[in-house]
Design a protein around this ligand. Structure first.
Ligand code: ADP
Length: 460
């Protein structure tokens, strides 16, 4: 079930990622394509404009009668061909044919068969042509528009500029039309289109593959926290079941009896009370942990004097220590009171858990010492014991929920494995740290560091 859900989420994530990336890349490719077209067209049109305007200015200055080609035409355009003369209107001038012409002022016109020049009269009838003449261009083209894109019979495109020509006495002579082939641009754009059309699906496939992998990476922490949650639920149910089962068994046994004496009834009720106390404690711990996790606990942070807290706790636990035949002491290694911002109840709970553990895991005749000192910007509390110690590979795990180094032994002593998890969560809420130094058979030291309050820092 869980596997299926994760797989489905992974597929959905990967598809969304690939889809969004594909869309972004398509839009980018389209934008690049458009920008390239525009850049090419602008440079081509600039060239056409400069050629047209140069020819126009040179020729217009020498025009006398509307529709008549003056000598200047031949001088500027050596291959000019009159429309009504013997040379074909759509004549193609090859490089060889052009070789003997002396180039005029517009060399560019004869290069690479890219330009054509046409002169039309006021009614749009063709008068003369020059340059390379593409096959089957429409004979009459509207002259009202300055810029036009025209096509020949083979669908080759040309960008054409038309300008009116006037005679010296300011009569309309006709029009000059200069066209530039877009063949080179079209073939480059076709190649670019091919690259984009083929490249895009390949790239989307690659993105799909990598997003499948990325989705796995993204889901790993969720997967592990999901597993932790499952583990936590199963551990919690297990822990809750134990006292419940004990209560159940006690009640069943008593119900099976025909007669119950008063001392027996008292014993039964004491046992039930013990188990329900354990149950209530466990539920409270779980609730506290969950609130600390979600940070919903209304933690009122006030200045707390650690000296007072430690003195109170030492006094409170001294009875328990003497029952366990231990010596409990505290050492304050700083000459002034040490304050931290904190929730007093939570700080008491944190230190109680550590001291209770130290007493619990130290055999009779041993020592437990609580040390308070400061280092730079932190207050440091050490709970040292001469107890059983913890092997190095367990030292990180003891802070996990329900983890017990030796579960049988801990259960016997009543531990649920939540004490250090709660201590760790409280320390985190107070922006501090908690770690352990321990040697098996020699003892352990739990070290808590809490940030000092600002005013105390300034004094320091
Ligand atoms: P428990 O309720 O079982 O004490 P804790 O979370 O407080 O749970 O501790 C987790 C485990 O860490 C304990 O089961 C114990 O094995 C180990 N531990 C904690 N404190 C000490 C200590 N001072 N000395 C040795 N072992 C300890």
């Amino acid at each position: 079930m869980q596997m299926r859900l994760f797989r489905k989420t992974r597929v959905t994530l990967a598809l969304w990622y690939a889809g969004v990336m594909g869309l972004i890349m398509s839009l980018c490719s389209f934008a690049v394509y458009e920008v390239i077209i525009q850049a090419y067209l602008v440079s081509i049109n600039r060239e056409v404009e400069s050629v047209t305007v140069t020819l126009h200015n040179v020729i217009e200055a020498n025009l006398k009668k509307p529709g008549r080609t003056e000598q200047i035409f031949q001088l500027v355009l050596p291959n000019l061909c009159q429309a009504e003369s013997s040379c074909p209107t759509q004549k193609i001038f090859t490089h060889n044919q052009l070789a003997h012409f002396e180039h005029g002022i517009v060399d560019v016109l004869y290069k690479d068969e890219q330009y054509y020049i046409r002169f039309v009269d006021t009614s749009g009838r063709l008068i003369a042509v020059a340059g390379f003449q593409p096959n089957e261009l429409p004979k009459i083209m509207p002259v009202t528009q300055v810029w036009q894109t025209v096509k020949d019979s083979q669908s080759n495109r040309y960008n054409q500029m038309s300008l009116p020509l006037h005679t010296q006495d300011n009569q309309l002579w006709g029009y000059i039309q200069v066209g530039r082939s877009l063949k080179e641009l079209d073939s480059r754009l076709a190649a670019l289109k091919l690259v984009l059309v083929l490249g895009l699906p390949i790239t989307v496939l690659l993105v799909g593959g990598s997003s499948w992998w990325l989705a796995l990476l993204a889901m790993r922490p969720i997967d592990s926290s999901y597993k932790q949650m499952q583990q936590f639920t199963s551990d919690a149910s297990h822990e809750l079941r134990t006292p419940l089962a004990a209560i159940n068994a006690t009640v069943e046994t008593v119900l099976d009896l025909e007669y119950l004496s008063e001392p027996e009834a008292r014993d039964t009720l004491t046992s039930i009370k013990r188990q329900s106390y354990r149950l209530a404690e466990l539920v409270q711990d779980l609730l506290l942990l969950s609130r600390l996790d979600r940070q919903t606990l209304t933690t009122e942070l006030l200045p707390c004097c650690l000296n007072v807290l430690i003195n109170d706790l030492t006094e409170e636990f001294s009875a328990l220590a003497s029952i366990a035949s231990l010596t409990l002491t505290s050492s304050i290694l700083y000459h002034q009171p040490i304050y931290v911002m904190g929730d007093e109840d939570q700080l008491l709970r944190l230190l109680s858990n550590l001291i209770a553990n130290a007493i619990q895991y130290t055999p009779g005749g041993g020592y437990v010492n609580i040390v308070l000192k400061r280092s730079n910007s932190h207050a440091v509390i050490e709970v040292r014991d001469t107890g059983i110690g913890i092997v190095p590979h367990e030292q990180k795990r003891i802070f996990h929920r329900f983890y017990r180094v030796n579960s049988d032994r801990s259960r016997r002593t009543g531990g649920s494995g939540l004490g250090l998890a709660i201590a760790h969560a409280i320390v985190q809420t107070h922006r501090g740290s908690l770690h352990v130094q321990s040697e098996l058979g020699k003892g352990s030291t739990f070290i808590v560091q809490l940030p000092l309050i600002f005013s105390q820092l300034q004094k320091y």
